[in-house]
Design a protein around this ligand. Structure first.
Ligand code: SAH
Length: 215
């Protein structure tokens, strides 16, 4: 027998809360389709639909649902987009992006901690996402072999925008990236003729560690 979706009600409550925060219908529907409880450690499943971050191992966290939702809205994801995510973590944010870009699109998500490469790969497989590829490595270098990208989503805080990411973003593309060490701001970066950078809000992310990140 098909496993019943035991967290359906909790998920609906989470989505209703996000609706009141002004999140778009597309993103709300996508988040209503992703079973967040499959992306947290089993002992935390009952907390999976609270609007806060949770530990996922290796000192890292799965971002709060409202942060995932806001970042997806800023990116203006479209069906068929090719997206690069830095920081796969649990794989949850990549799954939400996958819902928004559809089966014609593809997400490449880079993770530096082997423990979380395994965790995210397993979670995405068990939840049935086939258009997400988890790559082990330093995301500050981007993925030149798959560039250019329509959208780039950085889910850890950088000292500044890593140059390879800017280079690998399509003209007309969008990137969201938290910048700062202790006090961080979420930036929307748009690549047009020039580069437009807009600060959106204060945030708290784990650090981006790598060649063009923190050391
Ligand atoms: N998007 C994730 C949130 C993960 S937290 C989710 O939905 O669960 C940020 C992640 O970025 C952590 O897993 C951390 O290990 C990873 N990270 C930090 N620096 C990185 C780098 N240079 N390249 C790839 N991943 C990095």
């Amino acid at each position: 027998m098909e496993m019943e979706d035991e967290y359906k009600e909790e998920r609906k409550r989470m989505v209703d809360l996000l609706r009141r925060r002004g999140i778009s219908t597309e993103v709300l529907e996508a988040m209503n389709r992703v079973k967040r409880h499959l992306f947290v450690p089993p002992e935390l499943r009952d907390q999976a639909y609270g609007d806060y971050p949770l530990p996922i191992g290796g000192g890292q966290t799965i971002s709060a649902p409202h942060m995932v939702a806001m970042m997806c809205d800023y990116l203006k994801l479209e069906r068929g987009d090719k997206v690069l995510e830095i920081g796969a973590g649990s794989g949850y944010h990549a799954a939400v992006i996958a819902e928004l870009i559809g089966t014609e699109g593809r997400v490449y998500t880079v993770e530096r901690l082997p423990l979380l490469v395994d965790f995210s790969t397993r979670n995405l497989r068990d939840a049935g996402y086939k258009n997400v590829v988890v790559v082990s490595g330093d995301g500050t270098l981007g993925l030149p072999e798959h560039a250019p990208f329509d959208k780039i989503c950085v889910t850890c805080a950088a000292p500044s925008v890593p140059p390879p990411l800017l280079e690998q973003l399509k003209t007309g593309g969008r990137m969201v990236i938290p910048i700062g060490r202790y006090i961080q701001e979420l930036y929307l970066v748009e690549k047009k003729n020039g580069i437009e950078k807009q600060s959106k809000c204060e945030v708290a992310f784990v650090p981006l560690i790598g060649r063009f990140g923190f050391r």
